[in-house]
Design a protein around this ligand. Structure first.
Ligand SMILES: CC(C)(COP(=O)(O)OP(=O)(O)OC[C@H]1O[C@@H](n2cnc3c(N)ncnc32)[C@H](O)[C@@H]1OP(=O)(O)O)[C@@H](O)C(=O)NCCC(=O)NCCS
Length: 403
């Protein structure tokens, strides 16, 4: 039977407020799975036009897949979210790009015709599951020289990036970080972040009940002087600090993807159309450069150039890796096209969940900028990878013309 690929659209996405990992954080005594379940339930509540039994797949990413992030979380989260038991689910791990991979996997299934509608997202509770918990990497990866030892510590790979590109100074990284904090503060002030947040009831044995309704990590008012004096935990006299890195965080995200014709049939909104996506590998010790070749590959697949991209929502694992990306493409560090609502340095980066936050924010910016046709999400990924996704703005006058 001849096969026709279908267009895939991003219907809607939500996320929990992000918390600081650790005993003092808002989610210290909240289960990880409950965070992502809350997001899925919220999506279903926000879209009563979507019959629950029409969801064909639930893909949930987590980097550490044990405890309350284990046991095929996608399936368990589907059941616990009130989806019928006929809806399958699975878990995904591609470190920081877990949710990006969940989105692209289910999108490919939709394009291929094996699913009509899917939910994708991610969760990372870095307080309950610190980075590297329970891992046992094969020692041959170091002893046979496949990767440099520094490749296993993300902050050390960011220092390596500063070494490799001396024009990426600490001052540039700090200035980028200051700007990220300021942009997020402004976005909150303008009410751009709140509509996509789902408040989470929290409990704590000593503090009692609470309601998480805004991100906990932001440090509005951060300036260059404050950042200049911070310690460099990954190297003595290094350049990477707590101020120009994303922190250690807890949070979850989820979104609905659908075949374009099915979205029309059910009256689901269309916030973005998937144009192309790519994942690539790079030297693990400079994993932060990954978004560069990933973006180039996704652009080539789409037949677009970097100048066609009017909005970027990029993950900010470390300021230096975003600045390396911008430097490569000749985009100014403070370009208004980039991370309009700030980024992970300010909001936090609960690893596997983050990509859907980038997508949610890009979708909002599309609404506000009908003159911009294409946008990109990109992120670096541990063990030396990069991921990039290009989306089209349905509000643009030429939307879908070449699809
Ligand atoms: C960088 C890192 C080690 C810092 O961890 P930490 O020491 O627990 O961070 P803190 O939030 O306690 O900040 C450390 C200090 O910097 C200060 N600080 C952090 N951000 C600041 C800011 N924007 N302005 C002013 N001070 C700041 C804190 O107040 C704290 O000061 P103190 O030591 O006097 O209390 C940690 O956030 C990290 O590992 N980040 C990277 C995560 C990662 O690898 N993710 C995956 C990416 S691929």
């Amino acid at each position: 039977m001849p096969r026709t690929l279908r267009e895939v659209v991003f219907v809607d996405g939500v996320r929990t407020p992000f918390g600081k990992a650790g005993e003092k954080g808002i989610y210290a005594q909240t289960r990880a799975d409950d965070l992502v379940i809350k997001c899925i339930r919220e999506l279903l509540d926000r879209h009563p036009e979507l019959p629950k039994e029409r969801v064909d797949e639930v893909a949930v990413a987590a980097t550490t897949q044990i405890g309350d992030q284990g046991l095929t979380l996608g399936r368990l989260a589907a059941l616990l979210s009130g989806l019928p038991n006929t809806v399958p689910g699975y878990s995904v791990d591609r470190m920081c790009a877990g949710a990006m991979t969940a989105v692209t996997n289910v999108s490919s299934a939709i394009a291929f015709g094996s699913a009509d509608i899917a939910i994708a997202g991610g969760v990372e509770h870095m307080g309950r599951h610190p980075m590297g918990e329970g891992v046992d990497p094969n020692p041959r990866i170091i002893s046979e020289g496949l990767v440099d030892e520094s490749a296993l510590v993300m902050g050390a790979t960011a220092e390596n990036l500063h070494d490799r590109f001396p024009q990426l100074t600490k001052e540039r990284s700090d200035a980028y970080a200051v700007n990220s904090q300021a942009k997020l503060a402004k976005a909150y002030e303008d009410g751009k972040i709140q509509p996509d947040l789902v408040s989470v009831a929290t409990r704590h044995a000593e503090k009692g009940w609470g309601l998480a309704s805004v991100d906990e990590p932001p440090r509005p008012g951060t300036d260059m002087e404050m950042l200049a004096g911070l310690k460099t935990p990954f190297r003595p006299h290094g350049k990477v600090t707590a101020g120009n890195s994303a922190g250690l965080n807890d949070g979850a995200t989820a979104c609905i993807l659908a075949a374009e014709d099915v979205a029309t049939e059910l009256g689901l909104p269309v916030k973005m159309r998937l144009v192309s996506y790519a994942f690539v590998g790079v030297e693990p010790e400079v994993m932060g450069i990954g978004p560069v070749p990933a973006a180039e590959k996704a652009l080539a697949q789409a037949g677009l150039s970097i100048d066609d991209i009017g909005l970027f929502d990029l993950n900010e694992a470390f300021a230096v890796q975003v600045v390396a990306f911008l430097d490569h493409f000749g985009i100014p560090d403070d370009s208004p096209k980039v991370n309009k609502y700030g980024g992970a340095i300010a909001t936090g980066h609960p690893l596997a969940s983050s990509a859907v936050r980038l997508m949610i924010q890009l979708a909002r910016q599309f609404e506000e900028n009908p003159d911009i046709r294409y946008g990109m999400n990109a992120m670096c990924i541990g063990i030396g990878m990069g991921g990039a996704v290009i989306w089209e703005n349905p509000h643009h006058k030429d939307y879908g013309k070449d699809a």
